[in-house]
Design a binder for this molecule. Structure first.
Ligand SMILES: [Zn+2]
Length: 224
């Protein structure tokens, strides 16, 4: 029988959970941050980390506190490639739910995560998706941008954080009733290329343009 007291006070166990979480959440900030914790996670699994666990645990807690200051999601979806599954991790890195491998399993994990982090944004995104199936994955990604605090209003336009680490943000403007974004998906849609953002009611709708739309709706409702 396992002893819960020993498990709770096991720094290596806690470090494993946190390294798993930070390998995902860190990579949302910079590629290097994510890679650092992924390496530590691999070293733990290889049995190379024992004596240094308490020091690394201190680092991990500190890094987590930094991340939590930035309005990002507190949970993470870990891609567990060796076991071909996705794990939803709670804010201290413990797996809370498991999802099957593949596109559908991953999307199911994303929906459960967004339902915890930004339920109203998810609701609006899924409604847009039902009404306009050609949005495909853009609706879920728009809700993720909002859940990560990725939209700021500046003068007469919105700045939308890129979902890629170390990438410049995009600018969403509205001129003469036409919404424009500076991303490639929007430009491709504008040029009529496939794949490119779809046109809905005369507007080219990339995930950033949709995220701004949902964000404005949330502000109107007072949800943000
Ligand atoms: Zn865009």
């Amino acid at each position: 029988m396992s002893n819960p007291i020993i498990t709770q006070n096991n720094p290596l166990r806690e470090l494993t959970d946190l390294a798993r979480l930070l390998s995902v959440r860190g990579s949302e900030r910079t590629v290097d941050d994510g890679a650092h914790w992924a390496r530590i996670l691999a070293h733990i699994k290889d049995g190379q980390i024992n004596g240094t666990a308490p020091d690394l645990l201190k680092d991990a807690r500190q890094f987590l506190a930094t991340l939590n200051h930035n309005g990002h999601m507190h949970t993470a979806i870990y891609t567990d490639q060796p076991h071909r599954r996705y794990l939803l991790l709670d804010p201290v890195g413990r797996p809370t739910q498991e999802f099957p491998w593949g596109r559908q399993g991953k999307q199911a994990a994303q929906i459960v995560q967004l339902d915890q982090e930004a339920p109203r944004a998810l609701h609006l995104a899924l409604r847009a998706q039902r009404r306009h199936p050609k949005l495909t994955g853009r609706a879920i990604r728009a809700a993720q941008i909002i859940a990560n605090g990725g939209i700021k209003y500046k003068n007469d336009h919105h700045i939308v954080t890129s979902q890629r680490a170390n990438s410049l943000p995009y600018r969403v403007t509205c001129e003469d009733g036409q919404v424009k974004c500076t991303c490639k998906d929007w430009r491709n849609g504008h040029a009529g290329k496939t794949p490119g953002a779809p046109t809905i009611a005369g507007q080219i709708v990339c995930k950033h343009a949709l995220a701004v739309e949902i964000y404005k709706q949330l502000q109107k409702e007072g949800t943000t």
